[in-house]
Design a protein around this ligand. Structure first.
Ligand SMILES: [Zn+2]
Length: 244
């Protein structure tokens, strides 16, 4: 193959190596990000559970306070009724007040039962919330450290990715812009693999036949040849036993 074409192929192979490293490292880094998201979600879900328990606690606390207030109101009413009782004139009035006091007392006892129930429930949820809060602090620490580990591990890959991107840009700047654009398109189609060997009239990229006339041109090396099937840049290795 002629020197100029051979030179271009060499550049394209180097470019291909950089491109494949970029693809590999991008995937590796995406995996790291995915892992970080996954563990963040774990923390988020735990916090969500904790908040639900806290919400449950607030509800019970508010029911507890309501009951307390209601008992207070009933006590006042009973007290007032008892005061009225001393001043009643008729038996009918007396009986009515008595009934009122009885009803309010019954109501008070029933609310006191409820209050007791709320107090127990409150204590139970307080225990749960306290445990969850402790676990949450631990989990937060663990996830922070796991994320740091991931960041540390991915730092090298990230730096390497930067290097390969710079390398790609450098090579691209020294390459014919038309060829560089073609390279990018083809690399996109084939996971970064844009160059293939043409051997025995077969493209080693897609394993389809190269038309004989084109294969002759490839061996002659007058111009850059692309596979008619997969569009990869073809090169011909004179050292190998190719048949025409
Ligand atoms: Zn091909």
């Amino acid at each position: 193959m002629q020197e100029k074409i051979m030179e271009n192929i060499k550049i394209l192979v180097t470019l291909q190596e950089a491109e494949q490293e970029i693809i590999r490292l991008t995937a590796v880094l995406a995996e790291f990000e995915k892992e970080k998201k996954k563990i963040s979600l774990e923390l988020f879900e735990f916090e969500d559970g904790l908040n639900k328990e806290k919400e449950r606690l607030h509800q019970v606390e508010s029911l507890y306070r309501e009951s307390e207030n209601e008992i207070q109101v009933l006590l006042e009413r009973i007290k007032k009724s008892n005061e009225h009782l001393r001043n009643v004139k008729t038996n009918k009035e007396y009986q009515a007040l008595k009934r009122e006091i009885d009803d309010n007392t019954k109501r008070k006892i029933s609310i006191e039962d409820e209050l007791f129930g709320y107090a127990e429930k409150k204590e139970e949820i307080e225990g749960i919330v306290e445990e969850l809060e402790k676990d949450f602090i631990q989990l937060t620490e663990r996830i922070k450290s796991e994320k740091n580990d991931i960041d540390k591990t991915s730092q090298d890959d990230s730096a390497l990715l930067g290097e390969f991107k710079a390398k790609k840009k450098d090579i691209g700047e020294n390459l014919d812009p038309v060829i560089f654009e073609q390279f990018k398109k083809i690399a996109n189609m084939h996971d970064g693999e844009a160059v293939a060997q043409g051997k025995n009239e077969v493209c080693m990229g897609c394993f389809m036949n190269i038309p004989p006339q084109l294969f002759i041109e490839l061996q002659r090396g007058d111009r850059l040849i692309m596979c008619p099937q997969c569009s990869r840049f073809l090169f011909f290795n004179e050292g190998e036993n190719n048949t025409v």
